[in-house]
Design a protein around this ligand. Sequence first.
Ligand code: PMP
Length: 437
Amino acid sequence: MTKEEIIRKHKQYLFPAVTNYYTEPLVADHASGQHLWDIDGKKYLDFFGGILTVSVGHLNPRVNDKVKAQLTKLNHTSTIYPNETIVALAEKIANITPGKISQSFFTNSGTEANELAVQLARLHSGNFEVVALRHAYSGRSQMAQGLTGQHTWRKSLIGGQAGVVHALNPYCYRCPLNMTYPSCDVACAQDVDAVIQTTTSGSVAAFFAETIQGAGGFIVPPKEYFKIAFNIVKKYGGLFIADEVQTAWGRTGKHWWGIEHWEVTPDIITSAKGIANGAPIAVTATTPEIAASFKGITFSTFGGNPVSNVAAKATIELIEEDHLMENADVVGRYFRAGLEELKEKHPLIGDVRGMGLMQALELVRDRRTKEIAPQETNQFMDESRKRGLLVGKGGMMGNVIRIAPMLNTSKAEVDEALKIMDESLAAVAARSAVAAK
Ligand code: PMP
């Protein structure tokens, strides 16, 4: 098919809600390592990895060779027969999960992993209500959209979702309480208590939070936040569920799980995305005690299929063998320093934030008023694409550039990306200057 045919058929045969990045959609053709090529043969440095999912490079042969071998051995069984791939992956995960978390249930998407986590918390606690956070993104099902705290992603949630309340999120750059860290004493965390007292029955099933809010624009809570929230939810009989769909598998540097940076052990962890370098698989992991609360029997037709299991285990082993958590830390810090330099130079950047190889720029028209710059964000996307760099965007108001290079990205590739970002920011500023005349 030609590019035009693909774009036309996309409009004709897919739901219109499936939006694409860029003014002119980028029709992807093939990829390898840190690069992706479009249908016109243009090569891009991929610093978004299919939304933090291609974690160790496109088509990494050390993952794909094992996938190919599995495809010729056992492709599908469903969970009704035990097989080596599912137990080997579950054992691997048990060895790297914090605290007593050692049992997994595999599904196909982050949405399903979150759905199960909430269900488990309700079964285990005997309570119904859940505290989620504003600006969260948790997935597409009724429950997951209900956990989501962004209007854009809730528009199709007709009737809302009973039993979910939203606390203020720890968004320091735009503090919901107009305070400043650290003199605020992390007052936002006390809203978890306030929201339970004022909007629930007084007993909750869970506090549910992303470690770093992903689609919300890589919002990183202060280091005291989760300990405070954890103690509050325990007081009201609930579990702490960490949504690690974006932040797991070494993404934040040094540790397997983002939450480890906050020195709190969750009761349930959910993850998907980067676990298998692009193969569809998600996990809900918890302690044997909590897992035993699931009543009756359950299964998933595709969840934990042999091919995805092999891809996941190979990806995790590769991250381990190549010390990619350390690389995410070292290269992440290097990248962050470069982004801070860009901030010195470009007034459009209001905030730089993130952890490891998960970094963001919040773009504003005026640093003093923090007026959002969604149009400029789109222009930046187009300008950086033109120069051969792929990044993501997000933030509830569409003014955050999200950057998530693969875990095996080098400093040289970061230099290349920073140069393109520098030029692109200058180009956006030039466009605004022309528009202002
Ligand atoms: N939780 C978080 C934090 C996410 O970022 C996402 C996806 N962007 C999901 C859940 C849902 O995952 P999926 O799209 O695989 O259903």
